[in-house]
Design a protein around this ligand. Sequence first.
Ligand SMILES: NC(=O)c1ccc[n+]([C@@H]2O[C@H](COP(=O)([O-])OP(=O)(O)OC[C@H]3O[C@@H](n4cnc5c(N)ncnc54)[C@H](O)[C@@H]3O)[C@@H](O)[C@H]2O)c1
Length: 342
Amino acid sequence: MKVLVTGGCGYIGAHTIVDLINNGFDVVSVDSNIRSTTQLLDGIEKITGKKVRNYKVDLCNLEDTHAVFHENRDIVGVIHFAALKTVPESVADPLLYFHNNLTSLVNVLKCVKEFNIPNLVFSSSCSVYGNTKALPVVEETPIGEAQSPYARTKQMGEQIIEDYSHVNDTQSIILRYFNPVGAHPSGLIGELPLGKPDNLVPVITQTAIGKIPKMTVFGSDYDTRDGSCVRDYIHVTDIAAAHTKALQYLLDHKNESNCEIFNLGTGNGVTVLEAILAFEKISGVKLNYVMGPRRPGDVIAIYANNSKAKEKLGWLPQIGIEDCMRTAWQWEVSLRNKVLSN
Ligand SMILES: NC(=O)c1ccc[n+]([C@@H]2O[C@H](COP(=O)([O-])OP(=O)(O)OC[C@H]3O[C@@H](n4cnc5c(N)ncnc54)[C@H](O)[C@@H]3O)[C@@H](O)[C@H]2O)c1
């Protein structure tokens, strides 16, 4: 059974491709490489022994997207990861985010409809909940005010899929990720931000290795146990496994409606300072960081109630914060070793 993965050269897409292949699926990827290279495809091949084809296509281009679907009419589903994901960048350039994230989604849906693709899985984010006080969040927690244009593209993306699902036969699952971190235990694939990273864990590992001289923790006066933001850090291979399970759930017709939503988090809230401590403990490296002002677009605290995904998808996150940091650090070190050996 063949699956089309958009954004397959990216961080979560690449880990999910490995999980899909390990569970017997064939995969093709569509990725314009606007925020990636093909490096992770080499890692996927080393891990799985399978070479994955990537169509270097911008999904905002309907004609090119259509051509990919036309060539792959036998797919059983689409997992749509491709999007821009950087909160501060979206605050600075909202139109870039609305154009890229929404046009690509609409084009994918147009092709899904035309080629009668039965199943769709969409990458959403806990950012759709905004600054909610009701923690941990359940899927029914009301959508809050978006704190960034990025978050708004996820809210709108979910709405577009829900409206589409009301009048079409496609079965959809929306997965709301909390904070995906870490890397594949092989050390062969991991997060590979182009340019300066904005997510906490690559900032930590790049600071520890010396690529970033000093890191800033944004906000020390939030109403949390140590003043820094609280997040639910979930290992990327746990996130990846949930996609295979979600697709299988749809293939087995276990869904109760045309569009279902699942939270993907561990259920544990960890502060930024606690995450730094966990990193220092597993790596033995003292991080050079300073406390700075709050960053526009950041929510204060969020963590998941993940009961629905556990019960219905049979998914169980396996990896805790220290192993998240350990695999992320192993990946950063392997990147440095690769540079040194070239
Ligand atoms: N990483 C996180 O912290 C996080 C959290 C919640 C949700 N998400 C969502 O998960 C998805 C995957 O995130 P990721 O961390 O793997 O990001 P990533 O940047 O590593 O991967 C996204 C990939 O999509 C590609 N892409 C973007 N726009 C495209 C377009 N128009 N056409 C073709 N390819 C395009 C990029 O080149 C990139 O390779 C995104 O939708 C993101 O918003 C990520």
